[in-house]
Design a protein around this ligand. Structure first.
Ligand SMILES: Nc1ncnc2c1ncn2[C@@H]1O[C@H](COP(=O)(O)OP(=O)(O)OP(=O)(O)O)[C@@H](O)[C@H]1O
Length: 598
């Protein structure tokens, strides 16, 4: 039977273009093999040296470790066979104490070097000679044992991997190598040195992880490494995933910004853009954690999306949720500050995420006529609660609704109406006492005190004139008594304020078009006519109905009140309303000027 042939050049291209994010990962793969080799040697000899030295010289790089080393047979088998790893158990499963598992990592070195030279001496067989393995991108390799007296033999167990860079290969320059060692290996538990020309030696790794620092140090770490000023830092522990870490709460974050979690596995950096470590709703935290039991994809740059990762995500979500609840309970000022930064984002998530909805309705206050209140508070109060769809509608109705004993809620800001609707759909959160609905002008009108028959009779002429002054199809003028008495008139549009703007501006043009042309019902037909409610308890209206003014003055005044109400409610004025506005202003100015008209 014939065996597969592997085109190594093609494999390397595949790795560099499709698997790894770039050639830089070769340093991670080298470091990872050194750490694994030292771990394997420690199992034999717990007191063995744990040192890694990277030497940059003559355009190349040698990475030496004091790890377990390789025998001639092992070098032949493990280095020459793509996909073979010493780090899997008899069943072929990844062993928990090693970083590697796929048997392809070494190939990444071919992204920066046309040749890899490995010199190794095994700690398992101390008397065995140094072996060399040379592999080339043309797919050839050579393994041999050095003579005992060979000057390039290693004196002690360990492995040296030498990469010969092409002239000017930037990935093998000393500054780059140092930066990459810091990037991937700063937390590694072994001594890592980088030497370069002129004898410069720098020490790397063995840094304390952010979760091992004091709170003040953590904040400094976040500024230096994440470039953020943390709002708070949450400690994370998920034993099942072997996870230790922190969730950094940031104020400048957006739900759609994507994951910015930093993941380490066995203290080696996996990714600064790891996905799935926190639930989507917790978009305002950046997790920085080491999770030794989480599985990595072959690129070792992402976490495998398995049950353990899901469990980890849930546990992180619980920790963030507990933090948010604690903040709301124990630090109202801090919570208000957090909400000010994230109100829109949290609401946008709450619309489709039940867990976030619970938090938002329990802790995020809305603007109401009672002052800031959460939806949960409003629902459990048993009071009559009505919400508006726009800020303008809230402003127009707030005083009047409050005076009638109705709690008005402003749901006019981004995602507020959607959150209220989602809340109303959750019977479990709502409770039995809740009386929350969209504000209904008809209901408000019913709450007003009707005028006495005598007052009705007195106002009859004015109301008849009103139906001539303002087209009853656009607005019906009625009279009631209501608080506050300082308000002469109130415009009560359909709850869908925007819909009514469309009606008034476009109704003449649109009338009948839908049914005639499209054969469908007029979508505007179902909208209720808005009402202008004159307040009989207001002194100006009392004068209007009792003073017996000229019809022209009454018409002018009614149109003036109508325009004023429309403007207060930020309604768009149609051409007719605009000309009334100009007439009213002109009449006022005219009346104010002394002397007869020319
Ligand atoms: N520095 C080293 N010391 C000892 N053995 C090594 C060293 N580097 C590589 N090896 C051996 O070569 C094998 C292949 O290494 P390679 O980096 O290609 O894959 P891996 O580390 O096993 O898995 P992965 O692809 O997940 O990194 C390793 O399993 C190990 O047995």
């Amino acid at each position: 039977m014939a065996a597969f042939q592997v085109d190594l050049r093609g494999m390397v291209d595949l790795l560099s273009r499709n698997l790894y994010s770039g050639p830089r990962v070769y340093v991670r793969e080298l470091l990872q093999n050194t750490v694994d080799a030292i771990a394997a040697r420690r199992a034999l000899d717990p007191g063995c040296p744990a040192e890694v030295t990277l030497t940059v010289a003559d355009g190349g790089l040698t990475c030496h470790d004091t790890g377990v080393g390789l025998t001639l047979e092992e070098a032949g088998e493990l280095l020459s066979t793509i996909g073979t790893s010493s780090k899997r158990d008899e069943l072929g499963l990844a062993r928990g104490d090693y970083l590697g598992q796929f048997g392809i990592g070494m190939l990444s070195c071919f992204m920066v070097s046309s040749e890899i030279l490995v010199r190794s001496r095994s700690a398992r067989a101390p008397d065995s000679p140094t072996v060399t393995w040379t592999g080339s991108t043309d797919g050839t390799y050579e393994v041999r044992a050095l003579d005992p007296g060979d000057p390039t033999s290693l004196d002690h167990p360990g492995t040296s991997v030498t990469l010969t860079g092409l002239p000017g290969e930037p990935w093998l320059e000393s500054a780059t190598v140092r930066a990459l060692v810091d990037e991937f290996g700063s937390l590694l538990p072994v001594e890592v040195q980088v030497r370069s020309g002129g004898g410069t030696l720098t020490r790397h790794a063995r840094q304390a992880a952010p979760w091992e620092l004091t709170r003040q140090e953590q904040e400094d770490w976040c500024r230096e490494h994440l470039g953020v000023d943390p709002f708070d830092v949450i400690d994370l522990k998920v034993p099942a995933a072997g996870l230790r870490g922190i969730a950094v709460v940031v104020t400048a974050a957006h739900p759609t910004a994507g994951a910015h979690h930093t993941a380490y596995v066995r203290r080696m950096l996996v990714s600064r853009h790891a996905e799935g470590l926190a639930p989507e709703w917790a978009y305002f935290v950046r997790v920085v954690a080491d999770a030794s039991h989480l599985r990595l994809t072959a690129s070792r740059e992402q976490l495998v999306d398995d049950d353990l990762r899901c469990h980890t995500q849930e546990a992180v979500g619980q920790a963030v949720r507990a933090w948010l609840e604690r903040l709301a309970r124990t630090d109202p000022g801090g919570f208000a500050e957090f909400m000010a930064a994230h109100a829109v984002g949290l609401r946008s998530v709450a619309v489709s995420d039940g867990a976030m909805l619970e938090l938002v309705v329990s802790y995020a206050p809305m603007e109401t006529t009672l002052g800031p209140r959460t939806l949960s508070q409003l629902a459990s109060s048993g009071q009559r609660v009505r919400f508006t769809r726009t800020v303008d509608q809230y402003r127009a109705l707030a005083d009047v609704a409050a005076a009638q004993g109705i709690v008005l809620v402003n749901a006019g800001y981004a995602y507020e109406e959607e959150v209220v609707s989602a809340f109303l759909a959750r019977a479990d959160l709502l409770g039995a006492r809740a009386d929350i609905a969209l504000v209904d002008p008809g209901e408000l009108l019913e709450a007003f005190t009707p005028c006495s028959p005598a007052e009705e009779a007195q106002a009859l002429d004015v109301l008849v004139l009103a139906s001539q002054a303002i087209d009853p199809q656009d607005c019906e003028v009625v009279m009631r008594r209501f608080e506050p008495t300082s308000l002469p008139a109130l415009y009560l549009p359909d709850p869908d304020l925007a819909g009514l703007v469309a009606v008034r501006v476009s109704h003449p043009a649109a009338s009948g078009v839908w049914s005639q042309v499209l054969g469908v019902a007029d979508p505007l037909a179902g909208t209720r006519v808005p009402r202008l409610v004159l307040n009989r308890a207001n002194p100006l209206i009392v004068r209007l109905v009792t003073a017996g003014a000229d019809d022209a003055v009454v018409v002018q005044m009614l149109r003036g009140l109508y325009i004023q109400c429309l403007l207060q409610g930020r309604q768009t004025l149609g051409p007719r309303e605009r000309s009334w506005a100009a007439e009213t202003l002109g009449a006022l100015l005219d009346a104010a000027l002394p002397g007869p008209q020319p």
